[in-house]
Design a protein around this ligand. Structure first.
Ligand code: TPP
Ligand code: DXP
Ligand code: MG
Length: 622
């Protein structure tokens, strides 16, 4: 059997273990070849090749439900479920998603992109199955990193009590994006070092099965006690077992034979089971095995050496501008502590941690906890700086309101990846932060339009009051070098960049740079717009805005947030509150629908929010 001939998991059913291993080799070659060309999530998928083959061999998707967590490891699943022919479109505009999407395939029974949803969703499938008297199997596949998220514990608490027939596959590669952290990770390591238990349990199982005919129920009870004593003595999986979830493992996640045997066994099992599978992140690609963090998600690379292909933009990333600024601030100000939710490299906290390891805390994939944890620190004099991607911050909305803002605590929230993020698509676009943060009383929201402002805003935010959020996009600085600060950041006012009359162009954050292009086109066409960098999305400096409104009749806003409740809405509210009824307001921003994956600049064009498109639309209206 060749990979190109696998049209559905049914085609695997008659494969021998040798043939499955042959497919595993082809799958790895295909994934490496594709990610080398266009980038993507490499290491996680390489680690679950055998596991995915075994799952699709034993279970009957799509009737059986295989619920993947995050979905960044689901490339193998895609290749086995009829998407081989479209695999070269992965993560590109109009192509297949890098995650899971119900409307992409019937085999993607539950969409994903954010971590720690699979067990909850799988329990939902199990309850629905029983409700309708169906008899399919339900399997959740979750990584050890995703098991650091609180929802996993809420879910297993529910699963254990519900006694549903379902299987949780714990894919343990000891890695999140960075090495996995925390007590649960240590617990799993202890479990792994106790493999003797597994054999003992299997032997006891075998004996138990023979008992009724031989020794009767009295001895059966005795053996149950023996089993419990053994379990308590060595304790692997005890945590799950005590919650009512039968533990199997740890097993070698690269041995298809063993995987198939265990999965066949749990399929027959009554009640919830957890299979603890050990895998190696990056398996089969030397560079990724050596550096799984680098190849967790990567750009195009040379498939032989693993070296990046195109030298990227030479300007520093905004993430690194943030990290370096925070490091400089933290060196001088002992009050500052950095918090990351399992994204030290993605958020730039690694820059601080490298020099000041005691000043950065990685809490795991636990955005809600990160924010409340920061609130606790803030109560006692720490200035916590919590860096979380915009789309992941959605998880911590109540914590921002209830634990920080309501108690008027001073915490700095740093939202990287605000606005469109590109190939990761709708699960990851930071499309909503301005809207959800703007509703929080007492909130300050800062949106730098360049790297110098980012530095100056962060510096100022440390000494502000209450909850302060700084949001900026996935991308690089506008210039190779930062310019020295002009002095203390002008507290609360927007910045007038170009003075004109008639048309007022108001830009939120980096979209101000698109509006610069709009202004240029308008000027070429005889208009004389004023260009303003909003800087503060909240609060709005009423005096400054009043004077701007007084001297312009057409007001234009541009943002990379949804137009629903974003900066443009804030300006509409202000116009109304201040009694301006005769102004023309045109709001440009993300539409009220989910935006698909694609290159960021190309998406701006499609959505007509690039500078030139805004100018064109304006001139049609004027
Ligand atoms: C809510 C949320 N926070 C953070 C992330 C970013 N993220 C994606 S994968 C990942 C690590 C997941 O680790 P694990 O589940 O062990 O899978 P592995 O990468 O090891 O295969 C993280 C932190 C996310 N997708 N969702
Ligand atoms: C799967 C996931 O959620 C992360 O790996 C994310 O894709 C990282 O995004 P960046 O590439 O923008 O850091
Ligand atoms: Mg992992």
């Amino acid at each position: 059997m060749e990979l190109k001939d696998v049209k559905s998991p049914q085609d695997l059913k008659h494969c021998s273990v040798e043939e499955l291993n042959h497919l595993a080799t082809q799958i790895r070659e295909t994934i490496i070849g594709q990610v080398a060309k266009h980038g993507g999530h490499l290491a996680s998928s390489l680690g679950v090749v055998e596991l995915t083959l075994a799952l699709h061999y034993v279970f009957n998707a799509p009737d059986d439900k295989i619920v993947w967590d995050v979905g960044h490891q689901a490339y193998v699943h895609k290749l086995l479920t009829g998407r081989y022919d479209r695999f070269d479109t992965l993560r590109q505009q109009g192509g297949i998603s890098g995650f899971l999407k119900r409307n992409e395939s019937v085999y993607d029974c539950f969409g994903a992109g954010h971590a720690t949803t699979s067990i909850s969703a799988a329990l939902g499938f199990a309850v629905a199955r029983d409700h309708f008297n169906r008899n399919n199997n339900v399997v959740a596949v979750i990584g050890d990193g995703s098991m650091t998220g609180g929802m996993a514990y809420e879910a297993i608490n529910n699963v254990g009590a519900s006694k549903q027939n379902m299987t949780i596959i714990l894919n343990d590669n000891k890695m999140s994006i960075a090495p996995n952290i925390g007590g649960f990770s240590k617990y799993l390591n202890r479990v792994i070092s106790n493999p003797v238990y597994n054999k003992m349990r299997t032997d006891l199982d075998r004996l138990m099965n023979r008992l009724p005919g031989i020794l009767g129920s009295r001895f059966r009870d005795l053996f149950l006690q023996v089993e419990n004593a053994a379990k308590n003595a060595v304790k692997p999986g005890r945590f799950f077992e005590d919650l009512g979830i039968r533990y199997f493992g740890p097993i070698d996640g690269h041995d298809i034979d063993e995987l198939v045997m265990i999965l066949e066994r749990v399929k027959q099992q009554q009640g919830p089971c957890l299979v603890h599978v050990l895998t190696e992140k990056g398996r089969g690609f030397d560079a990724a095995e050596k550096n799984p963090t680098k190849y967790h998600g990567c750009g195009a690379f040379d498939p032989e050496s693993g070296l990046p292909l195109a030298p990227g933009n030479p300007n520093p990333s905004l993430t690194s501008v943030f990290g370096n600024t925070l490091l400089q601030l933290a060196r001088k100000d002992k009050r500052i502590m950095g918090i990351t939710a399992a994204m030290p490299t993605g958020c730039g906290m690694d820059i601080v941690a490298k020099e000041l390891p005691d000043r950065v805390i990685d809490v795991g994939i636990a955005e809600e906890h990160a924010v409340t944890f920061a609130a606790g620190m803030a109560c006692d004099g720490v200035v916590p700086v919590v860096a979380i991607y915009s789309s992941f911050m959605q998880r911590a909305y109540d914590q921002i309101i209830h634990d920080i803002a309501l108690q008027n605590l001073h915490v700095v929230l740093v939202l990287d990846r605000a606005g469109l993020v590109g190939a990761d698509g709708p699960t990851h676009h930071g499309a909503f932060d301005l809207s959800f943060l703007r509703t929080v009383p007492g909130m300050t929201i800062l949106a730098p339009s360049n790297e110098n402002e980012l530095r100056d805003m962060l510096t100022a935010a440390i000494d502000m009051e209450g909850v302060v959020a700084i949001r900026y996009p996935r991308g690089t600085a506008l210039a190779a070098e930062l310019v020295p600060s002009e002095g203390p950041f002008d507290y609360k006012s927007p910045k007038i960049l170009e003075k004109g009359s008639g048309i007022l162009l108001l830009g939120a954050g980096f979209m101000t740079n698109e509006l610069k292009k709009t202004a240029a086109v308008l000027r070429e066409n005889g208009y004389n717009p004023t260009l303003v960098d909003a800087r503060f999305i909240k609060p709005l400096d009423q005096e400054c805005y009043r004077s701007l409104f007084d001297s312009h009749n057409v007001i234009v806003t541009l943002e990379d947030n949804t137009k629903v409740g974003g900066y443009g809405s804030a300006i509409a509210e202000l116009l109304s509150d201040l009694g301006y009824t005769d102004k023309k307001l045109y709001r440009f921003g993300l539409p009220d629908r989910f935006v698909e994956q694609g290159e960021i600049k190309a998406l701006y064009k499609i959505l007509e929010i690039d500078g030139e498109s805004v100018a064109k639309q304006l001139m049609e209206k004027l």
